[in-house]
Design a protein around this ligand. Structure first.
Ligand SMILES: [Fe+2]
Length: 401
């Protein structure tokens, strides 16, 4: 009995919208599921993947805007390697540059890897490979010729040598090593996600919070999940009960280096409640939370897949600050509209009154808690000169996007 490659990888991140901008807007992955943390109805769980949301392509995130940054280190997945088509590096280098994401090229096992970090510090590598089928999902300038095909490999920070015994017990075999990495390969699988590497120098103990990988899920067959419970116990590890995660069944346990592992079944999959074309377009409340009052979910900030040309650090961290920042933006938009009309055809008495009200509201919204956003706002007078301070008589140009 063996595992069948990487099923998904789950991470803790700060801001859901930043995650969407990075993994969909920049990397071109499809948002394939928007649901809740199955153990916490106050928290989103968002998943990205290929067009069909195949196993081995799924990157999932628990946004936690008010949590502290975590510490990357021992007992965690250190790096996630994503497979991209051959001859796509030039595209990805240009794209990362355009989005102002710094990257480097490292050489490992005679292959080049493009390595960079997401906004929370999670390390991603891209590897050109002909393995894995093309991903036909196209978004925001990422075409199927260059699109991410899935997860190729993970690198572990695993200080306990018994982690290697664990890998062998679940079907992996030693393949090769360098001064920094020891690579294991799953021999029985022809899918992506069949490599696991151990980072040999090791690191100090990590702490799971923002910017760290929460767990690594490996695929097992639905018909074997009960047998896996016995096998994991026989290894001296302590698995959780088998949980119904709607899209699969799974169990969790910490392996010998304390990395949280999930064994997840291949069925029924992410298309259980949405067709391929619908994937990610609905907010899906897990069945066991459906009877909770609607207000339970009112505090969840809206999330939007959108075409972006740069990455933004969002200031709002809850519904109150979200509403405040959006009210602020709406006021600025209306002030700009009136300013344009004032310049071209003049304002009516009613519009002059409206402008006066809006200016007061603008000042109130800034002093009411979004003061830091003022730094992003340019005030420009009617001759086009930038002003200091608040609106005097000129138009306001706001620089959100
Ligand atoms: Fe999971």
């Amino acid at each position: 009995m063996k595992t069948h490659g990487i099923h998904h990888i789950s991470m803790i991140s700060r801001h859901g919208q930043e995650v969407i901008d990075f993994y969909s807007g920049l990397l071109g992955l499809k948002l394939v599921k928007k649901t809740l943390n199955f153990d916490n109805p106050n928290q989103y769980h968002i998943t990205f993947g290929t067009n069909e949301a195949e196993l081995g392509s799924l990157l999932t995130f628990f946004p936690h805007p008010k949590a502290k940054p975590g510490i990357q280190g021992d007992g965690q997945v250190r790096t996630i390697t994503l497979a991209v088509p051959e001859n796509s590096f030039k595209f990805w280098q240009n794209r990362l540059t355009k989005f102002e994401v710094s990257y480097s090229i490292i050489r490992k096992f005679n292959q080049n890897y493009l390595t960079f970090k997401d906004l929370d510090g999670i390390e991603i590598e891209l590897l050109e490979t002909n393995e894995g089928k093309p991903n036909i999902f196209e978004f925001n300038g990422v075409t199927k010729e260059v699109a991410v095909k899935g997860i190729y490999n993970v690198v572990l920070n695993a200080s306990n040598p018994k982690t290697e015994d664990f890998l062998k017990a679940i079907g992996y075999q030693f393949e090769q090593e360098s001064s920094l990495y020891k690579r294991y390969k799953l021999e029985t699988s022809d899918v992506l996600g069949r490599y696991i590497e151990i980072y040999k120098p090791g690191e100090d103990q990590g702490n799971n919070s923002i910017g760290t990988v929460h767990h690594l899920a490996l695929t097992v067959l639905e018909k074997e999940i009960e047998a896996w419970d016995k096998k994991i116990r026989a290894l001296g590890l302590l698995p959780s009960e088998i949980k119904d995660r709607k899209y699969f069944r799974s169990m969790y346990f910490k392996e010998f280096s304390n990395i949280l592992i999930e064994l997840a079944t291949e069925k029924p999959g992410m298309t259980e409640d949405e067709s391929v074309s619908e994937l990610g377009t609905n907010f899906l409340i897990p069945p066991h939370f459906k009877n909770l009052p609607k207000e339970t979910f009112d505090h969840l900030m809206p999330l939007e897949v959108k075409e972006v040309t740069k990455l933004t650090k969002y200031d709002y961290i809850d519904m109150e600050s979200y509403k405040s920042s959006h009210r602020h933006r709406d006021i600025l938009n209306e002030i700009n509209l009136l300013a344009r009309k004032a310049k071209t055809e003049g304002l009516t008495e009613a519009e002059l009154e409206r402008r006066a009200i809006l200016r007061k509201e603008y000042v109130a919204s800034v002093t009411g808690g979004v003061r830091n956003m003022v730094e992003k706002v340019k005030l420009v007078d009617e001759e086009g000169n930038e002003e200091e301070g608040f609106i005097k008589k000129g138009k306001v140009v706001e620089t959100w996007n």
